[in-house]
Design a protein around this ligand. Structure first.
Ligand code: ADP
Ligand code: MG
Length: 378
């Protein structure tokens, strides 16, 4: 990928630039916890976006996307927004830096990536943080704080791409560190690295390729349940609620709200338990917690679907250490923690059984926890 980018950059712009990269991410555990002030536990992966970039001395940005095979030019003023979706991510990063008082001038860029699109690995955050990191280095002497780089990516999604996302994806992509997961406290925004050296294990995603289109936004309904219960319990978010408080007030709420809150409160604790287990090198407990999360997402939070439950069942039957839905639910991937000696059998079984039932194989995406945004030595 690097060679190809360099060749094409030279061909198009007749010079050399600087190489930057940033990564997609997984989230090991901590789902639907962000908007409840809880914890998430993501890490950057070995699937990335790489760009070669050089200032061009003008106020025009010229970018070529290798994967989409498209060239776009745009100015840096608000009215210059390009219409191509992929270019809007880059335009948005430029604008958000400028809005915050940072500097951006014209540049030439060529980029490519291998983060699967729309598979729940956040290729968009990889793209955003690659450019945010690069423009911080090229035009701002790295004076923009790393958290702000993540916020610049998040605001790009909000203001230029119509996606009202949280901060986790961009955070993971910016702060990601090889062999480390990061526990982010979504209430205080403090975070901590936890070494994740899964010797003897492999992390693998199975993309069901299923996306259920849903009537009336179930996401907003989940949020509303959480907010109602928090209010009833007299806390700001469910982060501050305990299972005892919830059970004490069980008769004051609907059964549905009760189970939604029960999942969130349990999930908060599971993230902490997983971190403790990791510190002890106890990956079997990590896996057990992943299954509990799946169960909670499926039965209490009700954001699973038959295809993901089936992939989870197959994992269990094969003796896989841990497996759960990754992401918001209603389709997408499962994330699986698999002992090396079971890996081949699990993948073969999952492909075969899933295809027998649903007519197509899940897409297998092995991942390794890697560095997030960084400069690449040419
Ligand atoms: P994801 O869940 O992977 O983040 P999104 O729909 O949020 O899915 O983002 C995918 C979009 O990001 C693509 O439609 C494209 O505009 C942009 N993108 C991601 N990777 C690339 C790439 N390698 N080349 C060009 N654009 C990309
Ligand atoms: Mg995205």
């Amino acid at each position: 990928m690097q060679k190809k980018i360099q060749t094409i950059f030279k061909e198009k712009f007749g010079k050399e630039g600087t190489l930057y990269a940033s990564a997609g991410r997984i989230n090991l555990i901590g789902e639907h916890t962000d908007y409840n002030g809880g914890f998430v536990f993501p890490g950057a992966i070995d699937k990335e976006i790489m760009a070669e970039i050089a200032p061009n001395g003008t106020e025009t940005v010229r970018v070529f996307s290798i994967d989409i095979n498209e060239y776009v030019e745009f100015g840096l003023n608000e009215e210059d927004a390009p219409s191509q979706q992929w270019a809007r991510y880059i335009f948005g990063i430029c604008r958000e830096i400028i809005k915050r008082g940072g500097k951006v001038h014209g540049f030439d860029a060529v980029f490519a990536g291998n983060v699967p699109l729309g598979a729940g690995l956040s290729s968009s955050a990889a793209l955003e943080s690659c450019f945010a990191f690069a423009l911080n280095d090229l035009f701002n002497g790295n004076t923009i704080d790393k958290f702000d780089l993540a916020r610049i990516g998040q605001s790009t999604e909000h203001n230029y791409c119509g996606v009202n996302c949280g901060i986790m994806d961009q955070f993971a992509s910016v702060f990601g560190k090889k062999d480390n997961l990061m526990r982010l406290d979504c209430r205080s925004m403090e975070f901590e690295y936890f070494p994740f050296k899964a010797d003897g294990y492999q992390l693998v995603l199975l993309d069901s390729k299923v996306k259920h289109a849903l009537v009336d936004s179930p996401y907003n309904k989940r949020r509303q349940s959480c907010e109602r219960v928090a209010k009833l319990l007299g806390v700001k978010t469910l982060r501050d609620a305990t299972m005892e408080m919830l059970n004490e007030h069980r008769s004051d709420m609907t059964a549905e709200d009760y189970f939604r809150a029960k999942y969130v409160i349990a999930e908060k604790q599971r993230v902490l338990d997983v971190c403790d287990a990791l510190v002890k090198g106890d990956l079997e407990t990590v896996g057990k917690k992943m299954y509990e999360t799946h169960e909670g997402l499926s039965k209490d939070y009700e954001v699973s679907c038959v295809e993901l439950d089936y992939l989870n069942d197959i994992a269990k039957e094969c003796g896989v250490t841990g497996s759960r839905i990754m992401g918001g639910g209603f389709g997408g991937c499962t994330i699986n923690l698999v002992r090396n000696n079971l890996y081949d059998k699990f993948i073969e079984t999952a492909k075969r059984k899933f295809a027998e039932k649903y007519g197509h194989e899940p897409v297998v995406i092995p991942v390794v926890i890697s560095d997030g945004a960084h400069k690449v030595e040419a």
